[in-house]
Design a protein around this ligand. Structure first.
Ligand code: SF4
Length: 174
């Protein structure tokens, strides 16, 4: 785990160890996706295309630990945050998925990344995912209450900053 945390740090991402019991899964998180998110039903890594919350809860119990990945990206206050978000999200995902691969090499053969945000590897999703090796759900898409989960490990994030985008992923390890 220490080697992996060092690897994460070298990529300019902060990594925090988390126990599986500190990852909070709640049915109500689905409401946030279904009523309010523009990508609901459109992206194949988003509900209702994801595994359901109950199934995820069972799978989560089979994991041993995890690393919360926090990638903070500075942007100019003049930039259109929605445009920048597309690019920043893609770049950050590529770094985080590399960490999943690294974890596999380190012997965590069930390492699985929950990525930040909806997938934008392709311009749009069709009926089937054309890059399934890149398809990863976000924590929220499988019911993780991210705010409470972060509080449980004493992390608080200020999402109101206009000059910074914070991306949060979780790398499940076993
Ligand atoms: S890889 Fe492409 S098709 Fe698959 S979920 Fe992502 S954007 Fe959609």
């Amino acid at each position: 785990m220490e080697k992996l945390l060092q690897w994460v740090q070298d990529k300019n991402i902060k990594g925090y160890k988390i126990g599986i019991k500190d990852i909070v899964v709640e049915n109500r998180v689905y409401l946030k996706c279904a009523y309010g998110c523009k990508d609901f039903g459109k992206r194949l890594n988003c509900p209702p295309h994801t595994i359901n919350i109950e199934e995820f809860q069972k799978m989560l119990k089979e994991y041993n630990s995890g690393i919360v990945l926090i990638d903070k990206v500075k942007i100019s206050e003049e930039e259109d945050i929605m445009k920048v978000w597309e690019e920043v999200r893609k770049k950050s995902f590529h770094k985080m998925i590399e960490m999943e691969r690294q974890a596999f090499k380190e012997g965590y053969h069930f390492a699985h990344l929950l990525r930040a945000g909806s997938c934008n590897e392709c311009t749009e999703c069709g009926n089937f995912c054309i890059k399934p090796h890149m398809r990863r759900f976000s924590p929220e898409a499988v019911g993780i209450n991210l705010s409470q989960t972060l509080k449980n490990i004493n992390i608080s994030i200020d999402y109101s900053k206009l000059n910074e985008i914070t991306l949060v992923g979780i790398l499940l390890l076993d």
